[in-house]
Ligand binder design. Structure first.
Ligand code: PEP
Ligand code: MN
Length: 363
């Protein structure tokens, strides 16, 4: 798939002076709930109403969605409010039902994108459609798999495409429910600048207090829109209660977000500059996180050494690390002098940490 301007026609046709906003509950629960939230959202910046009808749950026994019945509620919400509607489709039968109920935009869930067979089945069922199809990243951080799914739709003559970044599953529990791994969507955006990129801060966060910050980072990285789970009574939502926000919080977020518009060459320059600066910020955070992790392991080594009466400084091991890092640095365009400085500083910090541990263990 080459980069093609046609990929963003559907989004440009909305003629919005702000990023696209898709909002609505994680799941359609009752007819009243869908209609009530749609009416609360219709006068906000949200153009599209979202609601899951079939819910892919990690474990059985949780609320698995109301099924096809909910499509009628979405259709009614569209008639009453004029909002466009979107839902997740996860097989050919879902596609058939969604098309029958005039769903305007379809999205492919993270657990579907991982499976080329199912993606192909859905792409075949949608062949030639003009409806926009938004493809969430797969649960695992695999850019090729994500792009592969986009290609499967593209080759079925589906040209109104977009991608949704919803974060990546990790074993290690972090402050996020799904780690953003910003580098992946940034790579994707650099390769396909005309493929609309939408942020789903809700599934990245898993909690409501960091939704705003995630949205701001997304906009600073030139994302084209956001998909935010919104409910009038988030705490009592039937799924993903912790991460949903109210329509009034959404309005507040849209007011507070700094939105950069691309006008004129000076603006374009500034835009590019801030995008790259945000990319640098993301990498700097990763550096700190990695160094913190390295230091924790150094601490454990310190403990082990004290318990076994081994000296902290082990010159042979240190020289081996340095040699290997100088070679690897060269492959990445980093000078020997720079690698030496950085690793000496890291090593010194490890020794300081280990000394502290020895003192504590011996006290
Ligand atoms: C959702 O949007 O409610 C959902 C299930 O998302 P994901 O596929 O990203 O987990
Ligand atoms: Mn959800």
């Amino acid at each position: 798939m080459e980069n093609k301007k046609e990929l963003r026609n559907w989004l440009d046709a909305f003629n919005l002076d702000h990023p696209l906003v898709i909002a609505g509950p994680c799941s359609a629960e009752t007819e009243e709930q869908v209609l009530k939230i749609a009416h609360q959202l219709k006068d906000t910046d949200a153009t599209v109403l979202r609601a899951g009808i079939w819910k892919p749950r990690t474990r059985p026994g949780m609320f698995e969605g109301v099924g096809a019945l909910g499509l009628k509620w979405l259709q009614k919400a569209k008639e009453e409010t004029g909002m466009l509607i979107t839902t997740e489709v996860a097989n050919a039968n879902h596609v058939e039902l969604a098309l029958k109920h005039d769903v305007d935009i379809l999205w492919i869930g993270a657990r579907t994108t991982v499976s080329p067979f199912i993606v192909q089945e859905i792409a075949d069922a949608l062949k030639g459609t003009d409806k926009p199809v938004l493809i969430k990243n797969p649960v695992n951080p695999d850019l090729a798999l994500w792009l592969g799914a986009v290609e499967r739709f593209y080759t079925q003559d589906i040209k109104n495409l977009g991608v949704i970044h919803r974060g990546f599953s990790t074993y290690e529990k972090t402050r996020y429910r799904n780690n953003p791994e910003w580098q992946l969507p940034i790579d994707l955006q650099n390769r396909f600048p005309d493929l609309p990129l939408i942020l789903d801060p809700s599934h990245i966060a898993g909690r409501r207090d960091i939704i705003f910050d995630l949205c701001q980072t997304g906009l600073d990285l030139n994302y084209d829109g956001i998909m935010v789970e919104t409910h009038y009574d988030p705490d009592n939502a039937w799924s993903d209660a912790k991460q949903q926000i109210t329509p009034s919080t959404l309005v507040q977020i849209m007011n507070d977000l700094k939105i950069r518009k691309e006008i004129g060459t000076a603006m374009e320059f500034n835009n590019k500059l801030s995008t790259m600066r945000t990319q640098i910020d993301v990498i700097d955070h990763q550096l700190i996180e990695s160094m913190g992790k390295r230091m924790k392991i150094a601490d454990s080594i310190g403990e082990l050494k004290t318990q076994n009466n081994v000296a902290i400084l082990q010159t042979k091991r240190w020289n081996e690390i340095l040699g290997a890092m100088i070679l690897e640095g060269e492959n990445h365009g980093l000078s020997e002098e720079f690698i030496l400085k950085v690793f000496k500083a890291i090593h010194q910090e490890s020794i300081n940490h280990q000394k502290k541990i020895v003192r504590m263990e011996e006290a």
